[in-house]
Design a protein around this ligand. Structure first.
Ligand SMILES: CC(C)(COP(=O)(O)OP(=O)(O)OC[C@H]1O[C@@H](n2cnc3c(N)ncnc32)[C@H](O)[C@@H]1OP(=O)(O)O)[C@@H](O)C(=O)NCCC(=O)NCCS
Length: 120
């Protein structure tokens, strides 16, 4: 089977940069996610999606690794990668399994919990 192609796009809105990651198969985007504040001390992974047909094939993990590699290459001073998660999100257990820890801080705007993982 043909492998999806990774595409990485930088977008600046009102002076704030985000990096969008896409997995493209033919002319279809099958997975996407975002990295917010990528050059600041708290590069933050924003949840994305894998289209239903393509779930369970490791594409989320591929985009996760792509984001970690991007930060390592473009923001070598960053020590951690961050994300925030809702208590009801089943992915929280996955984040813990791959080494994320709760920092004890809460996102004021939405009540989600901050997690972080060492980059090296
Ligand atoms: C969440 C989502 C991106 C995962 O996509 P996927 O194609 O299943 O991801 P992968 O195949 O790369 O699996 C990544 C890991 O997540 C786990 N996983 C995926 N969906 C899960 C779920 N609903 N509950 C618990 N674990 C889940 C997999 O078991 C795998 O863990 P492992 O590597 O330890 O085996 C996909 O289900 C989705 O798009 N959901 C709707 C949007 C959404 O919920 N986004 C928020 C994500 S925080």
């Amino acid at each position: 089977m043909t492998k999806p192609v990774l595409s990485i796009v930088s977008v600046v809105i009102d002076d704030v940069e985000s990096i969008y990651f896409y997995l493209v198969l033919g002319n279809e985007v099958i997975a996407s996610c975002r990295l917010a504040f990528p050059r600041e001390p708290m590069p933050t992974m924003i949840a994305g999606f894998v289209t239903e047909y393509h779930r369970g094939k490791g594409y989320w993990r591929q985009l996760f690794d792509a984001r970690v590699n991007w930060v390592k290459q473009n923001n070598p001073k960053a020590k951690y990668i961050h994300l925030y998660v809702d208590d009801n999100n089943p992915m929280a257990a996955v984040y813990e399994r791959i080494g994320f820890e709760y920092t004890g801080e809460i996102v004021k705007e939405n009540g989600c919990k901050w997690m972080r993982r060492k980059l090296n």
